[in-house]
Design a binder for this molecule. Structure first.
Ligand code: S3P
Length: 426
């Protein structure tokens, strides 16, 4: 993909459905009694991997256009798959599904692509083993392939060393099958889609501060799921509109769950011209239309409890910071090193290649804003969020920018480049 500087961005856009909620809709829909209808489902490669895995376990899933119908098999209705469950590039599928597999009455193998085979799985293996699970890393390196031999599980309390919704959710899914209640305390609150959806499916779950407690379930009840637009995908347009001259973009129907909306707060801290029009109504997940105009930005500090609420947006925030006056410090974000790529290294090295004044730190990066960026060859390392962040930077860089592996945006945003094109002022 080759991109160039643009005159401006203008118009309205609707981004694809939320990735986290789409994954969970398949998992809960498969375990429920009755048929779950999902609208706005994200047709990205990661969520299609989740559909493929649960289909292999005997769940009938019909995926037509944006509507997905899942014929639930009940909590104990999954069947042993004939061969390895392929999670592709998806950490969410691997970790959440492992919590479910740990409690089944069969053994299976879980594997994915080269990136998945480097992602840390000890973080879920440890608490699941405390619950009595038999889960092994085939190569004994703490990564996939995983061999999971379903067992009876016991309820535990787990003090998680990391604020990770994937770890929390793996434990909560396993907790549905445990002999007594299971609770997880996190160091900071991570995204709470699992908690909200468990409640909507009739599970007894309660949240007190940073602790979530789930009771073992007899049955889950199917329901309609309306997936809002993914705020992580909306972020690329929010940042693009803020840093590009002559711009005004509205992103419609974006999920603005408070455990995910850190990007909005950062935009406000940096002085962006951003308006959030929240929709009312009795819904599980709140949504809003977000309008952003060309902005005069100033640097800020991003750290502490806000980090889990914007963890996937940090690559795009690094781009935003390059176009702000003064310094932006991103800290407490060590987790970036174990995402689809090492996002500290990849962002810092590629932004340096474009002429940015940026340095890596142990837990984030420091960006000295205001340097003019120029085109470069960007190695996306096949990380979708890196590719999309640099596409946004390229619209404001002198000369041409080439993004290698640019097709990896399919993981979370099929049609991303087409959507950007629609907004470019001709
Ligand atoms: C996700 C949680 C986050 C996020 C990932 C999706 C989820 O990971 O980075 O893209 O759906 O639970 P961690 O919770 O492990 O930080």
């Amino acid at each position: 993909m080759i991109l160039k500087k643009v005159k401006g961005l203008s118009g309205e856009i609707t981004v694809p459905g939320d990735k986290s909620i789409s994954h969970r809709s398949i998992m809960l829909g498969s375990l429920a009694k009755g048929t779950t209808e999902v609208t706005g489902f994200l047709q990205g490669a990661d969520c299609l991997s989740t559909i493929a895995c649960f289909s292999k376990m005997g769940v009938c899933i019909e995926n037509k256009n944006d509507v997905v119908l899942i014929k639930g098999q009940g909590l104990h209705g999954l069947k042993k798959p004939d061969d390895t469950l392929d999670v592709g590039n998806s950490g969410t599928t691997t970790r959440l599904m492992s919590g479910i597999l740990a409690a089944q009455n069969f053994a299976c193998r879980v594997n994915g692509d080269a990136s998945i085979q480097k992602r840390p799985m000890k973080r879920i293996m440890t608490p699941l083993e405390m619950m009595g699970a038999d889960i092994k890393s085939e190569l004994e390196n703490g990564c996939a392939p995983l061999l999971i031999n379903g067992r009876k599980l016991k309820g535990i309390h787990y003090d998680s060393p990391v604020a990770s919704a994937q770890v929390k959710s793996a434990i909560l899914f396993a907790g549905l099958y445990a002999d007594e209640e299971t609770s997880v305390t996190e160091p900071a609150v991570s995204r709470n889609h699992t908690e909200l959806m468990f409640d909507a499916y009739g599970v007894d779950i309660k949240v007190e501060g940073k602790t979530v407690t789930v009771k073992p379930a007899d049955e889950l009840f199917a329901r309609k799921v309306e997936v809002p637009g993914d705020i992580s995908s909306a972020t690329y347009f929010i940042v693009a509109a803020a840093i590009t001259p002559n711009s005004c973009v509205t992103v419609k129907n974006v999920g603005v769950n408070p455990t995910r909306d850190g990007i909005i707060k950062v935009c406000e801290m940096m002085g962006a011209d951003i308006k959030v029009e929240v929709k009312s109504g009795d819904v599980v997940e709140p949504t809003a239309d977000i309008t952003v105009k060309t902005s005069n930005l100033k640097g800020c500090v991003v750290g502490g409890d806000i980090v889990p609420t914007l963890i996937d947006e940090i690559p795009a925030i690094a781009i935003l910071a390059c176009f702000a006056q003064g310094d932006t410090v991103i800290k407490d974000a060590q987790e970036l090193k174990v995402k689809e790529s090492n996002r500290i290294d990849v962002m810092v090295n590629n932004l340096k290649a474009m002429g940015a004044d940026i340095e890596a730190t142990d837990d984030g990066m420091i960006i000295h804003g205001g340097k003019t960026l120029h085109g470069a060859v960007i190695d996306s390392r096949l990380d979708h969020r890196v590719a999309m962040s640099f596409a946004v930077a390229a619209l404001n860089a002198d000369g041409e920018t080439e993004i290698t592996g640019s097709e990896c945006v399919e993981i979370s945003y099929p049609g991303f480049y087409e959507d950007i094109n629609k907004l470019i002022l001709k």
